[in-house]
Design a protein. Sequence first.
Length: 171
Amino acid sequence: MRGVTQEQSAPRVGVVMGSRSDFETMQGALDVLRDLGVPNETRVLSAHRTPHLLATYAARAERLNLACIIAGAGGAAHLPGMLAAFTRVPVLGVPVQSRALSGVDSLHSIVQMPAGVPVATFAIGVAGAKNAALFAAALIATTDEATRARLDAFRAAQTQAVLDDPFFDGH
Ligand code: RP5
């Protein structure tokens, strides 16, 4: 029983960010993972400020057999690409909205990976963080029935919320 409990609480997704200042954005991913019951762990890792830690975390992700890593970063956002260089664990990149260029710099930095080292890239900001978490849940749902059921319920509730809106005319 103890072993089962440990296995259930072992992280399946890593949520990492380049700075504490990214937390407000990445909270969107953490909220979704919590609501869908996906065990996860969070780290601040910087491609620029803590490059060695980044490499260590990539090795940990493989050791834990994480389903994926959600990596958020802003500006010269090298974190997702560098993680992808160090591990075959799929990396889902979230461009954080930067002050100087509103996140377009982050988006371009993350999405324009050269062929051979892929990073799945999401929208700028909280929408991207939430969708990355939903995508992570969908990956896990391919082999985990409980996650599949929770994801289906989330989507059904989302649809129902539109149908229940008084402005919806039924057509
Ligand atoms: C990036 O630089 C981080 O991902 C963050 O979005 C940005 C700014 O970091 P701080 O100066 O706020 O720590 O590496």
